[in-house]
Ligand binder design. Structure first.
Ligand code: HEC
Length: 124
């Protein structure tokens, strides 16, 4: 009997944890969606969105907030002011080392990434 109650409690705790995670994810998705609506016209909004996309998809290779030694992956704070090259690389990848993102990121996402990269140019 003791064991059964223990199991039931464990299941209940697990169910609560799963529900909590699911609702946290929903909240995040809603936040992202509303951020997207409000930011279309503001540069800072684009930078912030780009920063979030970068943190999710790019930072594990290019460094948190673009801070890296620039050895294995380029230091994007030093990337030239060349939007065409940026969009091209992000969409199609480069040298089989930088992965292509054309199937994953929308043009808007890439534009926001560019806003973020531009905002960090030449900074610490
Ligand atoms: C798997 C690791 C990895 C991920 C993830 C990654 N990159 Fe890269 N990236 C690289 C490497 C490696 C290079 C250097 C490629 C080369 O020049 O051979 C590179 C190069 C670049 C360049 C320079 C290209 C040029 O024309 O010189 C840009 C810009 C860039 N990445 C942006 C991004 C963005 C934006 C993301 C997220 C959407 C991202 N990368 C995600 C590994 C990665």
């Amino acid at each position: 009997m003791q064991v059964r109650i223990g199991r039931a409690a464990a299941f209940a705790a697990l169910a609560i944890a799963v529900m909590a995670i699911a609702s946290a994810q929903r909240a995040r998705a809603q936040q992202a969606a509303s951020a997207k609506e409000t930011s279309a016209s503001t540069d800072q909004g684009n930078v912030d969105l780009g920063k979030a996309i970068f943190a999710e998809h790019c930072s594990h290779c290019h460094g948190f907030n673009m801070v890296n030694a620039g050895t294995i992956t380029p230091d994007l704070r030093k990337f030239p002011d060349d939007r065409q090259r940026f969009v091209n690389t992000v969409k199609h990848g480069k040298n089989n080392r930088m992965p292509p993102w054309g199937d994953i990121l929308k043009d808007d996402d890439i534009a926001n990434l560019w806003a973020y990269v531009s905002s960090r140019r030449g900074q610490e």
